[in-house]
Design a protein around this ligand. Sequence first.
Ligand code: HEM
Length: 181
Amino acid sequence: MYGLVNQAIQGLVIDNHGEEAWGRIKARAGVEEEAFLSNTIYDDSVTYSLAGAAAEELGVSLSDVLIGFGKYWVLRVGKEKYGALMMAGGSTFGEFLINLPNFHSRVMLIYTDITPPEFKVEETGEGAYLLHYYSTRPGLTPFMQGLLEGLSELYGAQSQIRCTGSRADGLDHDIFEIALV
Ligand code: HEM
């Protein structure tokens, strides 16, 4: 994945636990780079190792690391570094969800070689959505949960977000049910 993803993990750890914790996590993950370049593609194993090492070092589950990372991605990275891009996604949480399937095509104007996730979104009723998340990468369901929780918070929405089917259950993709309350 592009280095900005690893940079964001670094930001999340340093903001919440300090530079020393980041140093320990990097060492545990066997990462030798002094710093990540946002526009360089690193092997996905670097990102997975960092997330796993963060969970071990901080004594939390990998799932909690990924949920926290998803929220941080939207509420800090998205909001502060890609404000215009995020705003173009919609003026409400519901609108953002409807537009989500096209989101990474705009990201690809900046980061041309990403392997993006794919989304299908259905509006199933008033303020009710089913989001289908297709990925070539394993294990990112909790990251997606965190991203959606972050988006809900970003738009000041009250919502219930539940993963109702996943690749862990044998499906070929993950399904999230989102209800604005
Ligand atoms: C300004 C905001 C965003 C930027 C710049 C961005 C950019 C990226 C980049 C660079 C990657 C790594 C892909 C690669 O390097 O091959 C990625 C992955 C991903 N993004 Fe975004 N993204 C943004 C917002 C979002 C939002 C709002 C969502 C969903 C609600 C999302 C969902 C994901 C997921 C799930 C992945 C993991 C890739 C996979 O499943 O294969 N992103 N994004």
